[in-house]
Design a protein around this ligand. Sequence first.
Ligand code: C2E
Ligand code: MG
Ligand code: MG
Length: 600
Amino acid sequence: MDIVQGPLPDGRPDTNHAPTLAGTTEQHALPGFEAVARLAANALGVPLVALLLSDGSAFWHNPPGYGDAPHMDGLLLAACREAARHGVAEVVADAREDARFLPAGIDPAQAEVAFFASEPVFGLDGQRLGALFVVDRRPRLALRAGELAALRDVAALAATGAALRCYLNRIDPSTRLPHRNAFFADLHAQLSRETDTAWLVAIETAPVARFNAFMRAMGHAYADALMHATAERVQGWMTPGMQLYQVASTRLAVLLPGSQEAPTPAQLDALVAMLRDPVDCLGIALTLQPGVGLLEIEAGELRGGDPLRRAMNASWIALGTARGWTAYDHRQDERQRQEFFLVTELAAALSERAELELHYQPRVELASGRCVALEALARWHHPTLGAVSPTTFVPLAEQAGLMRALTDWVFDHGLAQLAAWLRDGLDVRLSLNVSSIDLDAMLETRLAAAARRHGVPLARLELEFTESVAIHHDELTRHVLVALREAGVGIAIDDFGIGYSNLDALRRMPASSLKIDQSLVRSLDTRRHDAAIVRAMAALGHELGFRVVMEGVETASVLAAVRDMGCDEVQGHHITPPLPAIEVADWLRRHAITPAEASC
Ligand code: C2E
Ligand code: MG
Ligand code: MG
């Protein structure tokens, strides 16, 4: 038998409702309800079985063979709603005299409903979900014990169907909020015309790692209670017409009705402030770190687009901001998608593809004109994106946990190349860039292992750390650096002069060279101020016993200026840009130059 839909506006009696064999006020059926109704009809001999749930939905069925069923009209529906609200079992053996079932002015002999019984329906967790009803046109005697027991059993079966429907249709079983499917169904319904738009507020309760920490410490029930408490706060903020959804385990979304303007900055500030207030959850006070994202969705974007992803992107970005909310920004989203793509591609490039390469930039000693070291610089040639700069992929590797793999790759390939040059009789050292993530007790072991593998003396190597990494070191870092120095490895402080160095920390650094940042060196010849700073830095470096290297020497006049400052080594495009390995030997031969020629 087909389920005939009888859409009734929520809670309002519909006295014109046409008689139906079966029906529901809902768009979606209740799984197994027809079978439940047949069981009830069979056990009790009644022609109409109905179920009302506390979310307002109603289902009824008239199994054939049990006589003429009363119409499930507005009056009966209202009586069922009332009984469901009371939540107690009730048997009305003769309902013809009961005003709840008798329309005004109708002769009781003509009454549609003559027998009515209700049984509350409870979920597995003991919460009341609604009530089951059996109804007949004929009055009956009170139900026998066996019939009452059958009614209770059927109500329990109906509860299983209701729980399943919650899960399948709209409602999240733990927070009892409409979930993601319901969100998309409602969004499509709201944006039915091409020109329709709607505002969406997405809420990230807490950074995922923090939420997982709550769960590890307190259990899933606590996490559910926390989401419940958060949802209540959001509901307290919402104005009429807004609808709240639980769109993921830690995420909520509020859909504004089409006619409503975007929430004002002051309203969003108020939402963040409410969410940041400590929550008393099962007796434990907790402070959330919410992120709120705002997005305007256009109807056209529903085909193929993913508005929820974009809104969540905004709320995720908001997590890290002082204000706690942000509007969706297309460029920022694109950047993040690109970064995500790059990280997965970099992981593949490191493990299986031959897309990474090292280029080498000579460092020339001013006094002798000799190339005393080659700095290894990573290059990535992506098959579709082309060359990706290390200033892009090195920070990504750091964030994505790929830095050690990248450094190991650089150690391995750089040292293999150095070994080949040494075998060819080239007298060079190699300097390798290392990230803060590499700076731990394993660093020396990793480098020494690579050196052993390729038969390269550690004294041929230097590691470059940026100023901020090197200077803000703790005792462990210092220990690692001292051990490296004692093993003969040089230590350079890279990009010096742009951080906020503590001079005392600098004095105690077990470093061998100080590389002055190219942003200061580049304009030395034109900006007197920069020249004075660099001169002072070079003097300080010498005073502390470091070799002073100028990075980013781009012109002959800068080279002349640094020569005057008593710096030891220069590196920059004026000498040569970084070279592919295959060009290095040739370049070294051609530039086996005298000190006078070193001025190029
Ligand atoms: P860095 O270590 O300070 O390297 C010097 C950068 O300046 C290189 O950029 C080099 O190509 C560039 N350069 C050299 N001379 C000149 C010049 O005269 N003018 C200008 N404008 N630039 C010059 P690159 O190769 O793009 O590398 C950028 C940064 O990426 C490096 O700065 C380093 O911090 C990082 N990096 C590169 N390769 C690696 C690597 O294998 N591991 C790690 N951890 N970082 C790396
Ligand atoms: Mg460097
Ligand atoms: Mg540098």
